[in-house]
Design a protein around this ligand. Structure first.
Ligand code: 8X3
Length: 256
């Protein structure tokens, strides 16, 4: 098993949900953390908690994944001791709306593509060469079952996650002569702020997503990331796909 102690992990979308859950697991394992999100107060609060509980070394960066110029400057903005990223977790991502492409605003399309596709791709490009030079590293892209089981109203979201699957697979070829690993983690229904964001404050619609079922929890996905990140040097987990137990697809959920 690979120890995460002393490794540097960069996690996007770290202020809540799956990203925050991964931060807790990694901090417990002694990983040095770069936590990135838009909400600076939540990041500061998380940093305080992780420092207090685990004596974790944490750097926070307040950054909107859509701010491409600032994103491109990220490696040089990181302080000494945090620039050599060993584990990149591309977690930031969102869906906006589910009413069909004809009802999707142009702005929402840009937001989803910029965040889910462009920012994730740029971050890999920004940090992969350092990993390749050091001949160690792990890129973990949070994808979705929406990449495999596409549904009405998910045109852009399913498209962006399908890109992540394709991107993950293709760059594994690029890095094949190295010790750099590439993993996609593809969850089904996870109870986070995901649906509140998707339905833009329509809490009834958001809650209905998980009503009458036991969804996956952010900690379940963090477990999977930990599993992938801690395999021995000769083991590269390609993909972890998970569903809630009473779920077979985004549209087939039993609610007994
Ligand atoms: C989120 C899962 O089914 O809402 O990635 O698309 S789903």
């Amino acid at each position: 098993m690979t120890s995460l102690a002393g490794q540097v992990a960069l996690i996007t979308g770290a202020s809540s949900g799956i990203g925050e859950a991964i931060a807790w697991k990694f901090a417990e394992a002694g990983t040095k953390l770069v936590l990135i999100a838009r909400r600076s107060e939540r990041l500061s609060s998380l940093k305080s908690q992780l420092t207090e509980k685990f004596n974790a070394q944490v750097e926070t960066v307040t950054l909107d994944m859509q701010d491409t110029p600032k994103l491109k400057q990220l490696p040089s903005a990181l302080p000494d001791g945090f620039q050599q990223v060993d584990i990149l977790v591309n977690n930031a991502g969102l869906a906006l709306g589910k009413s069909g492409l004809q009802g999707t605003s142009l702005e929402d399309i840009e937001t989803m593509v910029n965040t889910n596709v462009l920012a994730a791709s740029l971050l890999v490009r920004l940090f992969c060469n350092g990993m390749l030079e050091r001949n160690r590293g792990h890129i973990i892209n949070i994808s979705s079952i929406a990449a495999k089981q596409r549904y009405p109203g998910g045109g852009i979201y399913c498209g962006t996650k399908s890109y992540i699957d394709a991107f993950t697979e293709a760059i594994r070829h690029d890095f094949v002569n190295s010790q750099v690993k590439v993993t996609a983690v593809s969850p089904g229904a996870v109870q986070t702020e995901f649906s509140n964001v998707r339905y833009k404050g329509d809490d009834a619609a958001a809650n209905a997503t998980y009503e009458g079922m036991q969804p996956l929890l952010a900690a379940d996905i963090a477990d999977q990331v930990m599993y992938a990140a801690t395999r021995p040097a000769n083991v590269q987990i390609g993909e972890i796909v998970s569903f809630a137990t009473t779920q077979a697809s985004p549209w087939n959920v039993a609610r007994p």
